[in-house]
Every structure is written in C-alpha cells, then in structure tokens.
Design a protein around this ligand. Structure first.
Ligand SMILES: *Cc1c(COP(=O)(O)O)cnc(C)c1O
Length: 223
C-alpha cells in the first residue's frame, strides 16, 4: 500500500496544471481504491459494468466514476444512475440509449466520443469520417440528457514514441476541428482523454486534459 501511495503521488506530481487523473482501478480491490482515496484521489475509472456495479456501493459517494470501457447498450441502465462520465461512446445508438436512461433518472450524463486512430485492429471507436458523419447528422442535438464534453482515444500500443505522438497530435487537431464546427459556444466541450501508463507523459505534451492511468499506480492486473 505504501508503494501505491508513492506511485499515485509520483503520477500526480508529474501532471501539468489542467490535466486530471483518472485512476484506473479495474481488476484491483476496493482496498486499493480506498488507499488512493485516502490520499485525496476522487476520480476513478472502470471498464467492466459488473465490476463497477459491485464496487460502487462499497465506496464513498463522493467518488467520481468514469466508465472507460466498451459499453453495450443493454447495460447502460445499470450505470447511468451514478456514473460521472461515459468516456468511450462510439455510436449514435449508444448515445441515444444513454440519453433515454438518463432522462428516466432525471440526470444529464457527460460523455466523450471515442476515436479510432491507432493502426491496430479494434472494433471500437469512430474514424474521423464517422465522427463527422455522426455530428453532421445533427440528431444528437435533440438528446437533452447527455452532454458531449470532448473526445477520447487510445494510441497504438507500441514502443515507437513518434507514432504515439503522431496519433495523439492527430486527435488534438481533430478536437480543434470538432470544437469549432459543432461546439464553438459550448464551454463544456473541453476534454481530451488520452494517455495511459506507458504513454501519459507524451499525452500531456499532446494537449491531453484527462489521463487514464492504472498499472503505474496500482501495479499489474491479475486477470
Ligand atoms: C485499462 C485501461 C487504461 C489504463 O491502462 P494502464 O496501462 O493500466 O494504465 C486506460 N484506458 C482504458 C480505456 C483502459 O481500458
């Protein structure tokens, strides 16, 4: 636990002003979350609905939970009552379901749109083209119980720092385009969520406002 405290402090100390830390606690026990909480950390990230459901009632109510994993529409209803942000939204269908469930509990839920930029094969995330198409369509403007607060992405999992930097810079440039085309007057559209344990330092140089760090704080996960 002393290791965890020191790790957390080291990560926090290395972040520039204006960058928030999501402590990614997936696969780590409630005790580890409480240790980080005792150090003042209030923002935690989980990527599995069942796991977040199990932990959330056991922990202090002033924790902000970011759901950072791929979310299936049929599970939205479980987390919408308390989740603080859903970071990886990559379809209109998912946006609409979050809106529908949020409306039922009289909430407005903050979300980020997930981009697919990495050269790796993954089913998730919007290409720039798909993201523009979703926003051009305009139907999202009728969803009054969600608030699109920015963009999220995962860079390729590689050692090549230049490739990571290129992908994050592309995301930051695309953020500027989306901001000016669709959200120029929306102060809340301000979040750029990129950077994990192996690349959060690069992310901070590429205008990240949220880094999502797990292993560097909590240690290796045991699946
Ligand atoms: C697990 C996860 C992280 C944290 O990864 P680490 O390498 O442990 O820091 C960040 N973002 C997402 C989307 C994740 O699923």
């Amino acid at each position: 636990m002393e290791g965890l405290r020191a790790n957390l402090r080291r990560v926090l100390d290395s972040l520039p002003a204006g960058v928030r830390l999501v402590a990614v606690s997936k696969f780590h026990p409630v005790e580890s979350i409480l240790t980080a909480y005792a150090e003042g950390q209030r923002l935690f990230g989980e990527s599995h609905v069942q796991e977040m459901q199990a932990k959330h009632p056991l922990l202090p109510s002033d924790i902000e939970w970011h759901f950072i994993g791929h979310l299936q529409t049929n599970k939205v209803k479980y987390i919408v009552p308390y989740v603080s942000m859903i970071e990886a939204v990559d379809s209109f269908r998912l946006l609409a379901e979050i809106d529908r469930q949020a409306s039922k509990c009289h909430r407005v839920v903050d979300v980020l749109l997930e981009l697919h930029i990495a050269k790796e094969e993954t089913k998730y995330g919007l290409t720039f083209e798909a993201c523009r198409a979703l926003l051009d369509d305009g139907a999202w403007r009728n969803l009054s119980h969600i608030r699109i607060c920015g963009l999220m992405m995962m860079a390729s999992y590689v050692d090549d720092e230049e490739q990571i930097r290129e992908e994050m810079t592309a995301a930051a440039d695309f953020f500027d385009e989306v901001k000016s085309r669709y959200f120029a007057d929306a102060d809340y559209f301000c979040e750029r969520s990129w950077g994990m344990s192996h690349d959060y330092a690069i992310a901070c140089e590429c205008r990240s406002t949220i880094v999502r760090v797990g292993t560097t704080i909590f240690g290796e996960r045991e699946y």
